[in-house]
Design a protein around this ligand. Structure first.
Ligand code: CP
Length: 350
């Protein structure tokens, strides 16, 4: 059984399998219309979503399968205090595969430890969003044809933007990829993520300076729901806005991506620019999730390709958004390549 909790749970060869299957689905939709006949996907969404939940639902329907689940934890027994672990044990009896979104970082990892069926992380707090990354990769492949030697600008909320964190982990594995970070200093990429980048990044204070360098500009929303202080959100929310004047500074063959939803960080007149690929990106999300569901259901006897050596620790994770602060799970840690002790669930340094 294989889960998808983090984007590095898939090797680059396995990413290729999923991307190529998504391309095959796009070209041969009718061939896959009964591919998951008789199978059930449970969508457990503890946090709001439009694209991810509906694209998972559409994906399973187009594979001939069925969907059950909840889109609001308040309508489930979570509101009575049921843990993630118990919910997952129960849902494992009703479905064949689970897509789960949770506001607590590391929740899908906890779920995978109690599940008898594959768990897909559909976004956990500010931590990771690996199926958005597969969507981004399929879009880059369809728009630009390759992953190597790209300069990727990441703009906006790099602190809480889980899509950015997962994309970095996936893209840094390709040759010659350089990242350009553009954010207010309060929303800079966390240290544990900068550590992932080694020397392969530079930081710019404005979109205008970075724009001429970029093959991909990945815009993100400032994540209002992750701020403790509303005044801080108000101060930062308009820090970086992409408009047609800034687009004029970009290469003719660059693309603009955005995981969406957009608030105001891309003005609507940019939508008309053929380089604005974010609505094409949304459609790719359905096809890549079809490919992922189909592939994970067929990998039932395959060992995970990415294993982390963990050990039990009595050190409490000091990330107050981590699942270990609310769920009674064993505290687990691992040591990264630089000898830093990290929480197994949310990757923060202990
Ligand atoms: N990109 C994304 O995760 O969108 P939703 O929050 O609408 O699912």
């Amino acid at each position: 059984m294989r889960h998808l909790i983090d984007s590095v749970d898939l090797t680059t060869a396995e990413v290729d399998v999923i991307i190529n299957r998504a391309l095959d689905i796009i070209n041969n939709k009718e061939m896959y219309s009964e591919a998951c006949h008789g199978k059930k996907l449970a969508t457990l969404f503890y946090e709001p979503s439009t694209r991810t939940r509906l694209s998972f639902t559409a994906a399973m329907m187009e594979l001939g399968g069925n969907v059950l689940g909840f889109s609001d934890a308040k309508s489930s027994s979570v509101s009575k205090g049921e843990t993630v672990a118990d919910t997952i044990r129960v849902v494992s009896s009703f479905a064949d595969i689970i897509a789960m979104r949770h506001y607590k970082e590391g929740s899908p990892r906890v779920a995978s430890e109690f599940s008898r069926i594959p768990i897909i992380n559909a976004g956990d707090g500010g931590h990771a969003h690996p199926t958005q990354t597969l969507t981004d990769l399929l879009t880059i492949r369809r728009e630009l044809g390759h992953f190597d030697h790209l300069t990727i600008g990441l703009c906006g909320d790099l602190k809480y933007g889980r899509t950015v964190h997962s994309l970095i982990k996936a893209m840094k594995r390709y040759e010659g990829v350089h990242f350009v970070l553009i954010s207010p200093k309060e929303l800079r990429l966390p240290d544990y993520m900068k550590h992932e980048l080694g020397d392969n990044y530079s930081e710019y204070a404005t979109i205008e300076e970075a724009m001429p360098l970029l093959d991909v500009l990945y815009m993100t929303r400032v994540q209002q729901e992750r701020f403790d202080d509303p005044a801080e959100y108000e101060r930062l929310k308009d820090a970086f806005i992409l408009d047609t004047e800034k687009m004029a500074l970009g290469k003719p063959d660059m693309i603009v991506l955005h995981p969406l939803p957009r608030v105001n960080e891309i003005t609507v007149d940019v939508d008309k620019d053929p380089r604005a690929a974010y609505f094409r990106q949304v459609e790719n999300g359905k096809y890549v999730r079809m490919a992922l569901i189909y592939t994970l259901l067929s990998w039932h006897d395959q060992e995970p390709s990415h294993k982390v050596d963990t050990f039990i620790t009595d050190q409490i994770c000091n990330n107050d958004r981590c699942i270990v602060t609310t769920e009674p799970v064993e505290k687990k840690a691992y040591t990264d390549a630089d000898g830093v002790l990290r929480c197994y669930y949310c990757d923060h340094a202990l």
